[in-house]
Write a protein that binds this ligand. Sequence first.
Ligand code: NDP
Length: 277
Amino acid sequence: MSDLTHPPRFAVFGQPITHSLSPRIHRHFAQGLGIALDYQAIEAAPEQFPATLARFAEHGGVGANVTLPLKEQAAGLCLELSPAARRCGAVNTLVRRDDGWFGDNTDGIGLVRDLEVHLGLALSQRQVLLLGAGGAARGVVPALFEAGIAELVVANRSVERARALAHDLAACGPIQVCDWQELDQAGAFDLVLNATSAARQGVALALPPSLLTAESCAYDLSYGDSARPFMEWAMQHGAGRVSDGLGMLVEQAGQAFLVWHGLRPDSAATLAWLREP
Ligand code: NDP
């Protein structure tokens, strides 16, 4: 049990990690619910991660988030995985049990909750375009189908990776692969998700305006400067709604908080606080 002098220990692991908003988000959740916790950001290179995580557990660590580039590695360090983590082969939430780590993945539910709760977008029967086929893209596909989307089209810089995603996740629902160069023939979508990391490398995505109508929602999974180019493109070409992925970040954290503490935090309050100028 926790007390105020020795609150339970949590952490986020990644590399780099200094930019992570997770400590601020979890402390804000905890403050709102009157829960004491110790949540730190811990830098770990992939080769150090197993030992760093073991040390964290030895020193009382009971839960952790995992971010780039450690999510797939974290799945391999778990004794048991949730269905969501097993499907995408990546873990962003760790729970310490007596015999080892339990791994979950809350990215998909985080995206769906942001779209439905904060942006008011009903996902049922929607046509969705997913740009990217990396870890984040894989993490959100099952949750999108569980939320009732009608069809998913995936386009990725390397089309082989999009094909692998469509193959591996075929049981979730109908997934079509589109060559990036043929996106101008793909028609318009209710929801266009950018799950690429192109902007982080300063690369602008070449996208045809025909993907969007005034009814479309364009959503970038990243936030801050990385989300700006895609959001500006979508606004210039008439998307009805445009959003970055800050709400997804808060909601995936909210789901992890629920797993650890059994309480759902006031994510809307935390999101509003993070967006304050
Ligand atoms: P990965 O490294 O696993 O995948 C990167 C993806 O971006 C791949 O599909 C890759 O294509 C594509 N890509 C990279 N560079 C380019 C480029 N120059 N042009 C076109 N496509 C490119 O990263 P993740 O999937 O883990 O993360 C993707 C994004 O999602 C990141 O920006 C991350 O911050 C964000 N994210 C946000 C979360 C949130 O809570 N809001 C949670 C998780 C991720 P290819 O296969 O051809 O290399």
